[in-house]
Design a protein around this ligand. Sequence first.
Ligand code: DCP
Length: 616
Amino acid sequence: MAAARVILHIDLDCFYCQVEQKRLGIPASVPCAVQQWEGLIAVNYAARAAGITRHMRVKEARQHCPDLKTVHVQTLGGSDGNGEEFGPANRDKATEKACLERYRRASVEIIGLLHRSASKAVIEKASIDEVYIDVTALVDEELQERAAAEGGGPRRPGLRDGTEGLHGFAWGSVVVGGPLDEGSEVDQRLACGAAIACRLRGAVREQLGFTCSAGIAGNKLLAKIASAMNKPNQQTLVPSRAVPSLMSDLPLKKLRNFGGKLGQELEALGCTTAGEVARHPRAVLEARFGMQRTAWMLQAVNGISDEPVQVKEKVKSMLAAKSFDAATSDVAAIKRWFRVLGEELCDRMLNDYAEHHRHPRTLSLSYRGGGNGGYATDRSKAGPMPRFGKDSPSIEAIADAAMALFQKATETLPCTRLALSAHDFAPAALTEQQGAITRFFAGPAASAPGPSVSPLPSTPAPSSSPSASRAQNQPGRAAFDKLFKGVRKSSLRQTSTEQPSGSGNMHGKHIQPADICLDGVDIERQRRILQDIRVQQAFAARGSDHPDEQQASDILTPQPLHQKRDQQELQRQMKSTSTTDRSGTKATHPNMSSKRPRLELSKTQPKLTSLFGRLK
Ligand code: DCP
């Protein structure tokens, strides 16, 4: 039988407050709160003791506690541009936007330290200030080491350094339901987990100056409940024998996934605690929630969960947004907002680059505009992310690219919301290679160092090679017609003049891959058509509807993520086609055999060559 799991939940105390207090040197004993505009979003424990709660208005909070120090969250776009000071904060929501970058940075620091301190544990980031850590393997290792050190004698829980007497068996933990049972192997394992939690909390405190609380239990659900039980700066351990009594009186809102609508529905059935749900007639619950959901609910309210601790994937996109209280038609103001949003995005991209060494390849603009007759929901336009300088494009380049997208969009004014997002990440080495390929085709002038303002991929400069000039003389429209020849155009759904991102353009009518009927079209042409939609999309963002083949081939430089997506799209469409023809020709693009210097792109070049071959 597998050894019992040991799971930690670590949660920073009054997180935003701690970040600001550390930054500004405000002692923990001073009542302090973080405000965003007129409301409080984080309150420290000294202020909580004075009756201050989250969401209180600043004015009301000061009535409760005249000594309260308030720190405004960082804002972008203001005259001083930083929102550094504490005390009365004259922030203007109309011209500034809140920026949470300080807290994100602190979070990255803390999680990085936890990873370094418990490299063999599985760590799942649950939010900006909380993580789950599966320390089962570490516990196994520590207990084995201890057993070996004691020559196979009776195992005693504790740290490797033999200082367990200092903190007692549970390492300073509050143990739910009384002392641990030293004869129980499961309790010994939890005690060892408590030692690890103690060590990790100590590291965070000593090395970064933040206090946190921890829960130690046999699963994520119980560990999370436990970490909140004795805040701040304490840890709580839940032995298995204490689970029934703990759950019996636990308010449903303290149980993950039982807040919100589900909590309200259970309350309507007369259940406000986990125990009440557990004791409710199962048939009633099944009639209301169905058998499957009821089975899940009954496990949770009894403290049972086998949900694994999983390393979260890296974020797929990052967004900076601003909503306006009053709609604006001031284009200069919108341009200014793009700089503010670009600044936030740049900051996040830099951090992400430092952590993951990757770059986003696409910049998307979302907007809500068009006045009363306009769109109620966000519309979007996407284009290539401006080229990277050392680590990130300049704020100005992002603002210019965003403005270019905005100017191509329709029904934008008056505008009530703007958002910029960076997505479609690729390893930095790949985007750097793409930049090199683009510069290669753009000729020597483009290779010279200069400001990072041109979009990636950039439009190739005129070339003197015969094939390139033929391609340039060939009208883009003709090339596009050639590509779509034989495709049942009647099946192309024509949509409005504005299109959601991810769509292509055919003679001014916007199409999406899913709109095309590809029955009877061979697989190679299907691939080319889908690629062409991508080309159109990239070109639409650059102000040209119909690229010629040379330009198209430049856009189709290898982008494995795109290709993967295209393949998935193809597979999806293939399900509804009866294609059998798998022919494909290989050829070398004339440019490849020209006298231009060859780039050392060992991995990229073969793919590039085959793409050119397909486009011939
Ligand atoms: N936060 C926010 N708005 C909310 C909830 C939280 O901006 N409605 C921010 C401020 C918090 C941070 O997220 O500092 C973490 O949220 P928590 O719920 O973990 O609360 P705290 O860390 O502030 O306090 P606690 O010690 O109770 O966990």
